[in-house]
Design a protein around this ligand. Structure first.
Ligand SMILES: Cc1cc2nc3c(=O)[nH]c(=O)nc-3n(C[C@H](O)[C@H](O)[C@H](O)COP(=O)(O)O)c2cc1C
Length: 643
């Protein structure tokens, strides 16, 4: 079915079984000294088991001051080799190859991950994300870092990796030297193109001196930096040609730098799928070595078509390898319907790192918890009753049924998915329905007995007489005591999104959090007159990245939806809402319809009565505390697994 995807390819002397590569992703799982932990090895092993031809590790620090995020790997010391050898030995039990990405974070390093040492860069220009002022590197320091890359490369080889990826992208140290927007030096490492590429050239020469000519050395860089004054294809084309001349064995074409508000390195659902492919194609025309493409590719048909069109030689997938570690195995056997798809939400991968945790995945809660997962068949199957068919309930049912329990699931609405169903309706969020659809298919395949339109009562539970009850009744819209909230023209965001009520032409959305903004964008694209009113100063505070907020704003602005912050709603009326703010005092915003997006509250009226009749009851997800879909999927999965 996917002939090209499953054809082998050689990088230098390394034969790779198929064209599917896991791209580098910091997982936050290494020990504080940069050595590999058991969890880190288990995380990678899941991918090797899944059939990926090549796994590229996260960025390994080349010296003890090169890191930006705690828990990142390093090979700056011979003492670190042994633990990483354990990783490569594990991966080599399967048919995968593993390359090590090596890097220095440059201005994107942080003093708090590097023993208080100030970040270093070609020029003293702060990183917009960590906001630290780096100091300019001296020439002897540059020469030392070149040597550090060489020594790290030697250790990479000794640790049993099959090759190296030099990280020259994403605004890290090498990218900083390459790029005129950060490199303001006037010595031999700055200024014109030939000076700016010198650092990378020296690094490549030093690496070759240490690993020899027959060891794969590849380079990853951002074709376009999406930063004011950053590199464009103009210089990325000659860079590709030079890299080939200097002995690169493959090129990995990524994009962007951290802190940009356009598409970003880790693009969200607001960026089109496979959007970097044409840049890879341009590079491919200029070189005779394999070219990787990456970014928002999560479908084997798309991947195969990229290869068929000759746009790239290897398909890199970062987040899709989190969503579906088994992607290659499933694609190879034509089991495409069961491939889980990354939805581009960034909540638990990028979001996990931002919160100082291991990375995980909303649609695959086992990521980062591989050592805790046990889906082996149970010896004493139980009758498990799941109440609620949202994400938490469905994940619980799936995990319990996978282990061999007999599972019945009850949902009071006429559909499965709970609040996550509505989440797929706003612009660019259609893929959210892929996860809901995937879960439904798993439950069908696992023969979970599903009852829709059924409100569970104490009597029903007595009648079913389950051994275990998992209460996942979710949440419902908050309706604070605002005058007029019961008026007939007041509806909920969910009712609007799911098409249960006819939207009016002139709408006021009450609440400018994620749901309010997305609902407003949805209504605005239907050419309605929309105003969002938010009590706080910031809109969409809970959104994990400013980039997401900006993308929703872009849609709203294009369709002329209005945002009003710092404003309290005093009363809902037939023809609008009375509001108040410091600037204008009290005034009326005209609207024919009010859409509530003021948050959620748990629905949990069964717990108390069930406690007296169920010996084994757990309450999970939004029924306990209003949170997000990632918490729901994780709590659901583990409640089901431990049923
Ligand atoms: C949590 C996370 C960490 C990442 N860390 C790295 C990294 O260490 N080095 C790197 O080159 N890219 C890193 N990336 C970028 C990915 O390799 C990839 O280019 C990006 O996620 C877009 O591809 P995708 O849509 O297939 O995920 C990271 C991405 C994520 C989500």
């Amino acid at each position: 079915m996917f002939e090209r995807l499953f054809s082998p390819i050689k990088i230098n002397n390394c034969e790779i079984e198929n064209r599917l590569a896991v791209t580098a992703m910091v997982a936050g799982m290494c020990n504080p000294d940069g050595t590999a932990s058991d969890q880190y090895i288990a995380y990678h092993e899941a991918k090797a088991k899944g059939g990926w031809g090549l796994i590229i590790t996260e960025d390994y620090a080349v010296n003890e001051h090169a890191m930006n995020i705690p828990g990142t790997a390093g090979l700056w010391d011979d003492a670190q080799i042994a633990s990483h050898k354990k990783l490569t030995d594990t991966i080599h039990k399967y048919n995968s190859k593993i390359f090590c990405q090596i890097w220095h974070a440059g201005k994107q390093a942080t003093h708090w991950t590097n023993n208080g040492v100030q970040p270093m860069a070609p020029s003293a220009i702060p990183c917009p994300v960590n906001r630290e002022l780096p100091r300019e590197l001296s020439i002897p320091e540059i020469e030392q870092i070149v040597k550090d890359f060489g020594q790290t490369a030697r250790r990479v080889k000794e640790a049993g990796f099959d090759g190296i990826e030099i990280h020259a992208g994403h605004g890290y140290l090498i990218a900083e030297f390459l790029s005129p927007y950060i490199n303001k030096r006037t010595d031999k490492y700055g200024g014109n193109f030939v000076n700016r590429v010198r650092f990378l050239k020296e690094i490549m020469e030093e690496i070759r001196r240490n690993v020899g000519d027959d060891y794969p050395v590849t380079v990853r860089y951002s074709a376009i930096e999406e930063a004011a004054g950053g590199r464009t294809m103009e210089e990325s084309r000659p860079l590709a040609m030079l890299l080939e001349q200097w002995g690169a064995d493959a090129l990995h074409i990524s994009a962007s730098v951290y802190g940009n508000h356009i598409n970003g390195i880790i693009s969200s659902m607001y960026t089109p799928r496979a959007w970097l492919v044409n840049y890879a194609e341009e590079v491919k025309k200029l070189v005779n070595i394999p070219v990787f493409t990456v970014n928002r590719i999560a479908d084997p048909f798309v991947a195969e078509s990229i290869l068929a069109a000759g746009k790239a030689d290897i398909i890199g997938m970062g987040r899709e390898s989190l969503a579906e570690p088994e992607f290659p195995n499933k694609a190879k056997r034509g089991d495409v319907e069961n491939i889980r798809k990354c939805v581009g939400c960034m909540q638990e991968c990028y979001g996990g790192l931002l919160r100082g945790r291991f990375i995980s995945c909303l649609v695959n809660p086992t990521v980062g918890r591989e050592l805790d997962v046990d889906l082996s068949p149970v010896s004493n199957p139980k009758k498990v009753m799941v109440i609620g068919g949202g994400i938490a309930g469905m994940e619980a049912a799936r995990a319990a049924a996978t282990r061999g329990h007999e599972v019945v699931l009850y949902e009071k609405q006429e559909f499965l998915g709970g609040q996550f169903k509505a989440a797929a309706y706003p612009p660019c969020k259609g893929d959210f329905s892929v996860y809901t659809g995937w879960l439904i298919k798993q439950l069908e395949d696992l023969k979970v007995e599903i009852h829709l339109n059924t409100e569970v009562t104490e009597n029903l539970v007595k009648e079913i007489s389950p051994d275990k009850v998992i209460l996942a009744s979710g949440g419902t819209s908050l309706t604070p005591p605002i005058k007029g909230i019961d008026n007939p023209n007041v509806v909920t965001a969910e009712e609007i999104l799911l098409g249960k009520v006819q939207p009016a032409d002139q709408i006021l959305v009450a609440g400018g959090g994620e749901v309010g903004l997305e609902t407003a964008a949805h209504l605005a694209t239907e050419e309605r007159d929309v105003t969002v009113v938010e009590m706080k100063h910031e809109f969409g505070e809970e959104l994990i990245a400013p980039l997401l907020r900006n993308k929703i704003f872009e849609i709203m602005d294009e369709y002329r939806a209005v945002r009003i912050a710092d404003t309290k709603i005093l009363e809902f009326m037939e023809d609008g809402a009375l509001v108040e703010n410091a600037e204008k005092g009290q005034y009326k915003i005209p609207a024919q319809q009010i859409v509530l997006a003021l948050g959620y509250k748990p629905v949990n009226n069964l717990e108390e009565s069930l406690r007296s009749i169920c010996d084994d009851l757990v309450v999970i997800g939004g029924a306990v505390k209003t949170s997000n879909a990632a918490v729901a999927s994780c709590e659901g999965f583990f409640a089901g697994m431990n049923a």
